[in-house]
Design a binder for this molecule. Sequence first.
Ligand code: SF4
Ligand code: SF4
Length: 471
Amino acid sequence: MQTQSSDKAIDTGSFRDHIGIITDDGKRKDIYPKKPKGRFYNARTVFSLALLAFLFGMPLIKIDGHPFMMLNIIERKFIIFGQVFGTHDFFILALGFITFIVSIILFTAVFGRVFCGWACPQTVFLEMVFRKIEFFFEGDYISQKKMNSAPWTAGKIIKKVSKWSIFFALSVLIANTFLAWIIGTDELTHIISDPVSKHVWGFAAMLIFSGMFYFVFAYFREYACIYVCPYGRLQGVLLDKNTTVIAYDYVRGEPRGKIRKSEERTKGDCIDCNACVAVCPTGIDIRNGTQLECVNCTACIDACDNIMDKINKPRGLIRFASENNIRNKSKFKFTAREIAYTFVLLILLSVLTYLISTRKPIDVTILRAPGMIFQEQPDDKISNLYTMKLTNKTFDEVPVTLKLENLNGELKVIGNDIKVGSNDVSETKFLVLLNKNELKTMNIPLEIGLYKNGVKFETKKINFLGPAPQK
Ligand code: SF4
Ligand code: SF4
């Protein structure tokens, strides 16, 4: 089987018939990736630190006592950069979700799995937190392998127990942060400080998530990307020969072969040192071409660049490039499909920006009560009955008063004073009464002013229906 159509296409052998992390008899093959070293790894470390600061820091930020970010899917209440979004903002949230999906599709079609390698929480935690702790306690891949096959000694027990304890403590911290994003830090503090009997479900969720994170980062690891993640499975549909992925330049590298000092080199630039395979956290050989298991972590780029430096060859034998870039020795180019995706994404982003920027903190709808036209009232007056729906998208309860602004008449609210709770909806009925002799037409425009604590926040224009004026 061959993956590249070129004179120098490489024989991919049987790698597509089996997964690199499974032995021939179907058991899990332990992966011991070598500690990566290089410019991409350093850049990823810095980027991961920024992401971790965002993840752990955001739930702690409050403005006027309210969370700055909260994604409460249970109560369908979302606070994004201090703005409250609820069920009444369903269309904004739905459009935001669609935009997110399209941007992922676009981004993946153009840049492959960059998200997996740089921003996916699984990779960030595994490679930048848990794996670093493992390297600290157990050394690089060779000493890890040796330790795991060695008998249990006091030294091994201390190292393993220390590592597992830190792994579990970190899993508890991640689980708590995850919950803080959903229920907020106040509720989380209650779960932590109150007796367990008061928050049985909250406490259970904390334990389940802690156990789950521990299992994923201490044991399951690359299985999550290869077997569970649906995004990884989508790659076959989203990638094409113009997609930028982490790729081995087989045109330059093949035929591969070891360096022999005594011989003049007639082979390609790949010296078959396996450094790129040794660092791969999913246990693959990128020289076989793009594979489902590759999470674009860039470790193999760094490893190969280090080798190229040593043998005085240009860097980039493994690099970010598309199949067409490598085969045709060309540069990155936008395709018609990518231009179309970008266009759709820009439209969605524009609509979303418009909806968010014109979103009012209090939404008001006033409609004439259904089935009623006008009513005759004592003292030669005519009334219309209206129904007003108020949606409060702020953190505070809002008291509202109404005024008839453009005519002499009366406005009577039916029932109690109007108040609408935080992130809540209220419905109120009110009557507008006008003197019959002021009704010059059957359809009179009215302006209703809405006031919060004496300050007008909106004027609504509605119509008043009256009888036909007498001639
Ligand atoms: S092939 Fe390279 S980029 Fe892909 S997962 Fe392995 S080391 Fe990371
Ligand atoms: S690190 Fe580079 S030179 Fe070594 S085997 Fe991989 S591609 Fe070839």
